[in-house]
Design a protein around this ligand. Structure first.
Ligand code: F3S
Length: 432
């Protein structure tokens, strides 16, 4: 039997000793071992019980995952308050695939998709619509409050919950997110603690105009890696209120910090909840400094390699929406595309384009006139994860353009700024 190094309460010890069954004991042991590795002294209660799972795709090779799920199901163990989950990998109606690509997806890559989704429902997936990395959007409704403790793992959701919502969650891995939500405890270390939420970097944004969210996040992520940055100067562009525009910006900014580095929490001076409350008290003495001006942003943007097979190819597929777009972003992209096409004398986009958003957000957007205009322009709206689409050796070869720095980092898709993406859609040549 595992003897923990941390101190457990009698109730936690009883679960570990098997009083809630053998499977719950294993779940507890995994969470305790995880905490022991990171030197946690105790477990703390998960106060936002609704979980969010990082995996959403039934890759046939993930056999240990499926057998663990089976054991949970056989024992009747599930997340008491349910959970949402990351996006599905496929949507043939809106993201076209050839016959051969479908064979690879259906029979080799995601051959267990249906079985895995059935398993997820049995261990607590709340709704067949809950497939989105942006589970914290109003339409999806998995929204922790300030100070809540969570057991999530999806990096873009963790950094948002920590930074924009002021909740507390470490960058866990897949399955640890599920186990913490099942047992209702997580180890007390890192971003869960007051000390772990202190900033060790001061970042000064001194650009002449609002920086591209995904390039700024990329620059900060690559510089500070897993540290906590305190960012000055962004409130000049975003204001001091977390309105829809600011939240959408920080969603994309955060995903880039988390994927181009390993940031799990950032503070924006004058804007995010803990920065507003505690200000510079959040910054450790002797914090390192990083100044970002126009030249630095441009340097970072120019440093992204072109990984396309044919370097000078024209984009053949555009993905917008990694992480998933908010309702506000769907609307503003829709206006920009429709106006841009009109000015260019076109009625339809020049390149196959897929915008991705949560199923509940898409359902909301479908009720608007902008939806009809966007679809009429030839843009497809889907709820997949674009990264999962690029897993296929056949789709991998495509010249994919994206405004997502996360997708650029984990695939061979090429990064373009928002204005460049719009030019591509309008049939204009983009010179780099
Ligand atoms: Fe979301 Fe997939 Fe991007 S999970 S953040 S759309 S890689």
């Amino acid at each position: 039997m595992y003897e923990p190094q941390m101190q457990l309460t009698p109730e936690q010890r009883a679960i570990l000793d098997g009083e809630s069954g053998e499977v719950m004991a294993k779940v507890m042991e995994t969470v305790v071992r995880f905490g022991d590795i990171f030197g946690a002294k105790r477990l703390v209660k998960v106060t936002h019980g609704e979980g969010h799972l990082v995996t959403s795709f039934g890759i046939g090779l993930l056999k240990p995952l499926f057998s663990t799920m089976d054991r949970l199901i056989e024992a009747g163990v599930k997340v008491p308050e349910g959970f949402t989950v990351d996006p599905r990998p496929l949507d043939y109606r809106n993201v076209k695939c050839s016959f051969l690509e479908k064979i690879v997806f259906d029979h080799i890559l995601y051959s267990k998709q249906q079985m895995y989704e059935d398993q997820l429902l049995k261990v607590g997936l709340k709704s067949k619509k809950g497939f989105s990395c942006a589970c914290y959007l109003d339409e999806v409704g998995n929204i922790p409050s300030k100070g809540d403790i969570l057991s999530w793992a999806e990096s873009s959701a963790v950094v948002y919950a920590n930074s924009v919502l002021g909740a507390r969650c470490n960058r866990n891995s897949g399955m640890l997110d599920l186990f913490g939500s099942i047992v209702g405890y997580v180890p007390d270390f890192g971003l869960v603690t007051d000390e772990g939420r202190k900033a060790t970097w001061k970042v000064y944004v001194r650009t002449t105009k609002k920086p591209e969210a995904q390039v700024l996040g990329s620059a900060i992520g690559m510089k500070v890696m897993e540290a906590v940055p305190y960012v000055y100067g962004l409130d000049r562009f975003l204001g001091t209120t977390l309105d829809e525009g600011a939240k959408s910006y920080l969603k994309d900014f955060g995903a880039a910090t988390a994927s181009n580095g390993a940031v799990g929490l950032y503070h924006i001076d004058g804007l995010t909840p803990e920065a507003k409350e505690l200000g510079e008290a959040l910054v450790v003495p002797d914090a390192a400094e990083y100044v970002i001006d126009d030249a630095e942003l441009e340097r970072v943007y120019r440093s992204y390699p072109n990984m396309w097979k044919k370097k000078d190819a024209s984009p053949e597929l555009v993905f917008i929406g990694c992480p998933h777009l908010s309702f506000e972003q769907l609307r503003s992209w829709s206006h920009d595309i429709v106006n841009g096409l009109e000015k260019s004398g076109r009625t339809r986009v020049a390149v196959e384009t897929v915008m991705t958003s949560a199923p509940d957000v898409v359902a909301h957007f479908r009720t608007t006139s902008e939806y009809d205009a966007l679809v009429a322009s030839g843009v497809h709206i889907s709820s997949i994860c674009p990264l999962m689409y690029t897993n296929n050796p056949l789709t991998k070869k495509k010249a994919i353009a994206t405004n997502s720095n996360k997708l650029r980092t984990y695939s061979i898709a090429r990064y373009y700024k928002d204005a460049e993406i719009l030019d591509i859609l309008c049939g204009k040549e983009v010179k780099r």
